[in-house]
Design a protein around this ligand. Structure first.
Ligand code: ADP
Length: 158
């Protein structure tokens, strides 16, 4: 059984994240979407809320599990015996930090390979911070986030 982990902040989840989830779920037997809890980061949504949003929009994907965890993703991946850590790559701007993370994760856990999936054209510029900004300025975020998660997102941001 091949398991992959897709880690991120998902603060909040966007259509770009969901797109990567769908494609990664098709490549592995099981995909664990991991809402990361990093004490050096400030989140708008709690870990529980991020997990709930992700569960709402992945309920139709039977091989996707949503979890939250503190600590190093590489060690989490090792613990659950994951074959791969999946990351989405938008523009070149993602590349430097993702490459650094991939090399560090390989040092920490050589058994788990990092796999990059390129963003789909229409999701290329989508980010959680863009969603928060559009909402704060009164724009419609409907086109940018999964419909199932929209009420929860508007409940906090709207
Ligand atoms: P952000 O706050 O930048 O949206 P996250 O930490 O939640 O990012 O992202 C988790 C992972 O998903 C990262 O690998 C990131 O590069 C990827 N990702 C984020 N947005 C997109 C998108 N629109 N298309 C493809 N991958 C994405």
């Amino acid at each position: 059984m091949r398991t992959a982990v897709y880690p991120g902040s998902f603060d909040p989840v966007t259509n770009g994240h969901l797109e990567i989830i769908r494609r990664a779920a098709a490549l592995f037997d099981r995909l664990v979407v991991l809402a990361a809890v990093n004490f050096t980061k400030e989140y708008l949504f709690t870990a529980q809320e991020r997990v709930e949003m992700l569960r709402l929009c992945t309920s139709g994907l039977p091989n996707v599990d949503v979890r939250a965890a503190e600590g190093l993703v590489a060690l989490y991946a090792k613990e659950i015996g994951a074959t791969a850590i999946v990351k989405g790559l938008r523009a070149m701007s993602d590349f430097d930090s993702e490459f650094q993370q991939a090399l560090t994760n390989r040092q920490l856990n050589p058994q788990t390979e990092t796999i990059f999936l390129p963003a789909a054209g229409e999701s290329m510029f989508l980010s959680s911070s863009m969603v928060k900004q559009v909402c704060a300025l009164g724009g419609d975020i409907g086109p940018f986030v999964p419909a199932a998660a929209l009420p929860m997102i508007l409940g906090k941001l709207g």
